[in-house]
Design a protein around this ligand. Sequence first.
Ligand code: ADP
Ligand code: MG
Length: 368
Amino acid sequence: MLKKTVLTNVFSRVFLSAVVATSLVAVTTLTACDKDNRSSTSAQEQTSTIIQGRTMGTFYAVNVVGGYKGGEEGLKALAEGAFKQICDEISTFDKNAELYKFNDFKSTEPFEISNELGKIIQDTVYQGRRIEGATDITVGPLVNLWGFGKDKKKDEAPSQDEIDKALELVGLDKFEVRTENNKTYLVKHNKDIKLDLATVGEGLGADAVAAKLVQEGYKNFMVNVAGASRSYGVNAKGKKWRLGIEDPTSPERRVFVPICALDKAVTTAGSYRNYFKDETTGKIFSHAIDPKTGYPVFHKTLSVTVISDSAFESDALDTGLLVLGAQKALDWGKEHGYAIATIEYDNGKPLFRYTDNFKQYLDCAKQQ
Ligand code: ADP
Ligand code: MG
């Protein structure tokens, strides 16, 4: 019998993400998210404006080297404004959000949504199709069924019957996005279909804050929204930004390996913090759900890190690649030119593997 393991993690849903902090030097301070906001400076360092807070059920941190013109308050307003806009579109928890309303709309009639939400949906579907439909935003009913969504009340695994019923609502062909006269509509093919964009929330958030900072002329900064990170330029010490990929087997969230971000977007999906545990076999089921079987993944892959030009794109890919497992993720990265790293369980130890083009990010971190 499967029992839902109670999360000890205060950040609930998404904190299993493995990219933990801004500069590696700051890992310990910046992952302690409950600490007060502060600015840092020292003899060799530039002043930075650093803020931390909560969004989307997880944490965020922004570090602007040289200082943000509006100080901590201004930076917080910028970041939280960006997050609010995203949550207003994609939240499945907030009754006023567009996606919540669509999920609640029990009809197969066209439902008007904003063009922005339409684009997010279309782009996420596009990324999912590239990886065998393994990232599938129609998993909503399964996410709820397994207790990772809005109906967080289960402490036992659903029955096969329930899973089969939910699976009838899952598939990228189960809904469509229509555009007419510059308006966007979503059409359910079955009135019970529910979309879930949680997998791209962090990436969208990191991109949105980064875009605003670039627009305002900042050249050296880092944005982290849990497992999604965007960084540009150098840190306060004039060095390239470094990140730590977390050791999934470490309860203290030890950094498994440092990497340089090299002005790219880095995201990590992990299967090791938010999960079901089979109490009799000890088998762990992650919150990443295989849309083909209806079951959370339970293979040996613990995390998948994807580096690309957009945190949204990396975030849309990482959960699906986690579903596919390390070998397929690495093969896909090789074939499509993405830098990908995976951590698997190998005889009780974490095994780290990566595509050839991931090496530059590791080598840079060693040289710093
Ligand atoms: P991670 O930190 O592992 O990337 P995310 O929060 O980005 O996790 O995404 C996990 C969430 O995505 C789940 O909680 C669920 O809401 C949703 N999800 C689970 N499986 C899938 C899937 N196969 N495709 C799309 N979304 C999924
Ligand atoms: Mg993701």
